[in-house]
Design a protein around this ligand. Structure first.
Ligand code: AMP
Ligand code: MN
Ligand code: MN
Ligand code: MN
Length: 285
């Protein structure tokens, strides 16, 4: 079965509209999909009816920013009640923090004697539209202005910790975010566990704290091809009693190394996260 439980649309820092993303999922024969925009469910909401018409099993989702021991961690929430007030208030709070941080980043960069940097805010605003602002938009605007040749370069030169456009974000604590998700009836999943640069020991400590807070899943597969990291993550999922999730973290169709639903199968011994999903609502005739 082809699934993807981690991807982005124009509701956050992706470049396809939710509808275009759904069409791509259909084209790639993705049967179960979760749109997990950063700190918003607006895109998910807009797809509920279209997904039914397209015959795709759409799972509610969001990728939520939080911190653990001062480090930013992303938690994917899946299969929650999208109308839950505690969850929605939490997300609204993070979106405010995102706006404040983005303004601080742009202010910092505009003090540089570079006319392109001074043009950034207008470009960023156009790219964000009515979506949730993120550093991805600033990176894309930098590409458009010719300041950098690709997004990763924007992070390396300007946006990551230690660079001139870095501003530490004030995200909620991991345990709090896990609680928002679980009290809304959902499953909390540690997103792309290999991306944080944690030592094996520290990752294990993170998972211990995550499980203690009520977390239930680990994103074991993020890549199109099977690799050793996935096997290590599958072992951790088993050790900590976590369901295994898969997600491409798709943002842009131009990223040729990433495709919606283009994912290696879960390694042996994993319990797939969809086994924990609530059954799709039965529509009365
Ligand atoms: P934010 O949540 O606003 O701090 O931005 C995080 C997002 O920026 C991630 O979800 C990615 O979309 C993007 N991002 C982070 N690091 C990089 C990188 N090195 N290269 C390209 N995109 C990145
Ligand atoms: Mn992103
Ligand atoms: Mn992420
Ligand atoms: Mn993501």
């Amino acid at each position: 079965m082809k699934v993807d439980f981690h991807c982005h649309s124009t509701a956050s820092d992706g470049s396809l509209s939710p509808e275009a993303l759904l069409a791509l999922a259909q084209q790639h024969q993705v049967e179960m999909l979760a749109l997990t925009d950063h700190d918003t469910t607006a895109g998910y909401r807009s797809l509920i009816e279209p997904a039914k018409a397209a015959g795709i099993h759409l799972i509610s989702g969001a990728e939520i920013s939080c911190q653990w021991l001062g480090q930013t961690i992303h938690i994917v929430g899946l299969d929650f009640d999208d109308e839950n007030p505690v969850l929605q208030q939490g997300l609204a709070h993070i979106r405010e923090a995102r706006k404040i941080r983005a303004q601080q980043i742009l202010d910092k960069l505009s003090t540089k004697a570079n006319t392109h940097l001074q043009q950034l805010p207008a470009h960023v605003e156009r790219l964000v539209g009515d979506g949730v602002i993120g550093r991805g938009h600033i990176a894309q605007a930098m590409c458009q202005l010719g300041l950098v040749s690709h997004n990763a370069q924007a992070f390396d030169r300007y946006l990551k910790r230690g660079r001139p456009g870095y501003v530490a974000a004030q995200w909620p604590e991991l345990a709090e975010v896990v609680q928002w998700i679980t009290q809304a009836g959902g499953l909390a999943v540690v997103a792309h566990p290999g991306l944080y640069g944690l030592t094996s020991n520290k990752l294990n400590r993170l998972l211990e704290g995550f499980v203690a807070a009520g977390g239930q899943g680990l994103e074991v597969v993020n890549a199109p091809r099977a690799n050793a990291e996935q096997v290590g993550m599958a072992q951790r999922a088993q050790r900590f009693g976590l369901y295994a999730s898969l997600g491409s973290d798709f943002h842009h169709p131009q990223q040729s190394w990433r495709g919606l639903g283009w994912l290696a199968p879960l390694p042996k011994g994993c319990v797939p996260i969809w086994q924990a999903f609530k059954p799709a609502a039965v529509i009365p005739i």
